[in-house]
Design a binder for this molecule. Structure first.
Ligand SMILES: NC(=O)c1ccc[n+]([C@@H]2O[C@H](COP(=O)([O-])OP(=O)(O)OC[C@H]3O[C@@H](n4cnc5c(N)ncnc54)[C@H](OP(=O)(O)O)[C@@H]3O)[C@@H](O)[C@H]2O)c1
Length: 268
């Protein structure tokens, strides 16, 4: 168990998932969690678990060794105003705010801050997330190792140059929503073809999980894996024709690019 105090500004969807992951994996004792959110109701259950919860930012900034900024980009200016002059030397700031660059944060908070930008995703709730991390120059090796250890409790970790963060946001940050849409389509089709919604969902989710593991773990290319399912004159090839006509692959690619562009806009 770490003895560091971990702070969160924002305990919404993503912040809440990371907090749950930290608690579930007993990474720190609840008394070493310092959390603030605008609405105290969101914090009630965390307070019951023994975390220190506040509606004000100040006590969290004062006490955290590692401080996660888990607010939406539209709230960043307000939070930065409150953080100015309060960040202490040695404190590690982790921003998971989509689109917002480290240069903007450093400009506002000062050149001496230790700052890492990250992009996690919601499957972190089940320990199946992936987090891309980009360090800045004042971050020391111990701080990088510490963050990797924290994020590894909720999934995989990759280190990337910050220039790729918006693309990661468009792919793995937003990606779960695209995959849910794919699953929804499979379920809809299953029901249309005569299955119960429950069975269709079970088949669709396990097929998605299994196919993802095949894509990740087998030595075959995606095309080879596809061909192994779609034999000439068989059933799958008919389904794939429909997907080709509907440009599913292109649509998904365009979704990633569009979300990446949106992440870029958020810095403004
Ligand atoms: N959700 C995802 O899948 C995901 C994935 C990767 C990264 N992210 C990033 O994570 C960040 C948070 O996203 P989210 O989906 O978790 O949003 P969210 O659910 O809206 O959470 C943000 C939380 O911060 C609170 N907050 C806003 N201003 C605050 C302030 N001044 N002091 C304290 N708390 C404040 C919000 O309260 P109110 O609701 O009252 O405003 C809300 O509870 C975003 O930048 C997003 O891009 C999200």
């Amino acid at each position: 168990m770490l003895t560091k105090r971990i702070g969160f500004i924002g305990a919404g969807k993503m912040g809440g998932i990371l907090i749950k992951g930290i608690l579930k994996n007993r990474l720190v004792s609840p008394k070493n969690l310092w959390i603030c959110d605008k609405f105290i109701e969101k914090l009630t259950s965390l307070a019951k678990e023994g975390a220190n919860v506040f509606v004000e930012i100040e006590p969290v900034v004062k006490n955290a060794d590692v401080l996660f900024l888990a607010i939406k980009s539209q709230d960043i200016s307000e939070v930065l105003e409150q953080l100015k002059g309060r960040v202490q030397s040695g404190q590690l700031i982790i921003s998971l705010v989509a689109g917002v660059t480290t240069s903007l944060l450093i400009k506002e908070l000062g050149d001496e801050i230790s700052l890492i930008r990250i992009m996690p995703n919601t499957p972190a709730l089940l320990g199946e997330g992936i987090t891309a991390i980009s360090s800045t120059k004042r971050v020391n090796p111990e701080q990088r190792v510490l963050l990797k250890r924290i994020m590894a409790t909720v999934g995989e970790v990759v280190e990337i140059p910050e220039s790729q963060q918006n693309a990661v946001t468009g792919l793995s940050g937003s990606g779960p929503a695209y995959i849910y849409t794919v699953i929804q389509g499979l379920v809809k089709g299953g029901v249309r073809a005569g299955l119960s919604p429950e069975l269709a969902l079970r088949l669709a989710t396990q097929t998605t999980l299994g196919a993802a593991r095949m894509a990740k773990e087998s030595n075959s290319s995606l095309e080879e894996l596809r061909q192994a399912v779609a034999s000439p004159g068989g059933t799958t090839i008919e389904g794939l024709k429909v997907l080709k006509e509907g440009r599913l692959e292109e649509c998904l690619a365009e979704a990633v690019v569009k979300a990446t562009q949106r992440a870029k806009e958020l810095n403004k």
